[in-house]
Ligand binder design. Structure first.
Ligand SMILES: [Zn+2]
Length: 174
C-alpha cells in the first residue's frame, strides 16, 4: 500500500479488524519510511468472469447461454434435462479455475467433454458450433471417435458439416 504522505510502498500492519459492516477489513498501517500512520479498508470485490471469444470480443460468463447451446444440441435427442443441468453444473465448477478471463473455446471443450458420453449426435452438433470445423481433418477425427453417427440433413444447419458427414459415410460404405 502506497503511503499517502510520502508515497513509500512499504508499510507494516499494526492492527486488522473487521469493519462494522463485516464486508470489509480495516487495517491500521504505519509507513516504514516516514512512520506516519494511516488506515485502509479492504473489501471483497467480485469480478465477473469474462469469456473471450475467438474474435477477441468479451462478454460476461453466463451459464444460461451454455444451457441454451446444449438444449439446442440435444433437441429431439434422448438426453434428460437433469443430465443437461449436471453438465452445466460441472462446467460452471470447472470455469472457476480461471481468473478474470476464459477463452470461449475452453468452455466449449468442457461442454464437449461432458456431452460426449451422453449423446453422440448432441456432441457433434455442439462441436459444429464451437469448433466451427475449420479443418476437415478435425471433423473426420471427431466422427471417427464417436463412430460416425448418421446425421440427417436437419441435424445440422451447417452445409459444411453436412457435406463432411456425407463424405465420411461414403468412405465407410466403400
Ligand atoms: Zn510515508
Amino acid at each position: 500500500m502506497r503511503c499517502p504522505f510520502c508515497n513509500h510502498t512499504e508499510d507494516r500492519v499494526l492492527d486488522s479488524r473487521p469493519h462494522e459492516t463485516d464486508s470489509a477489513i480495516r487495517r491500521k498501517r504505519e509507513c516504514r519510511l516516514c512512520r506516519r500512520r494511516f488506515v485502509t479498508l479492504e473489501r471483497v470485490e467480485l469480478l465477473p468472469l469474462m469469456v473471450v471469444k475467438a474474435d477477441g470480443r468479451r462478454e460476461i460468463f453466463d451459464p444460461s447461454k451454455i444451457k441454451k447451446g446444449i438444449l439446442k444440441a440435444c433437441e429431439k435427442r434422448p438426453v434428460s434435462i437433469d443430465a443437461i443441468e449436471k453438465v452445466i453444473a460441472r462446467v460452471s465448477e470447472l470455469v472457476q479455475d480461471y481468473v478474470m478471463e476464459i477463452p470461449s473455446r475452453a468452455i466449449g471443450e468442457m461442454v464437449l467433454k461432458s456431452l460426449k458420453p451422453l449423446d453422440a449426435v448432441a456432441y457433434v452438433r455442439f462441436a459444429s458450433v464451437y469448433r466451427q470445423f475449420g479443418d476437415l481433418e478435425e471433423f473426420s477425427k471427431i466422427v471417427r471417435e464417436i463412430g460416425a453417427p448418421s446425421l440427417r440433413p436437419e441435424d445440422s444447419k451447417k452445409q459444411e458439416v453436412e457435406s463432411h458427414a456425407q463424405a465420411s459415410r461414403g468412405r465407410k460404405k466403400s
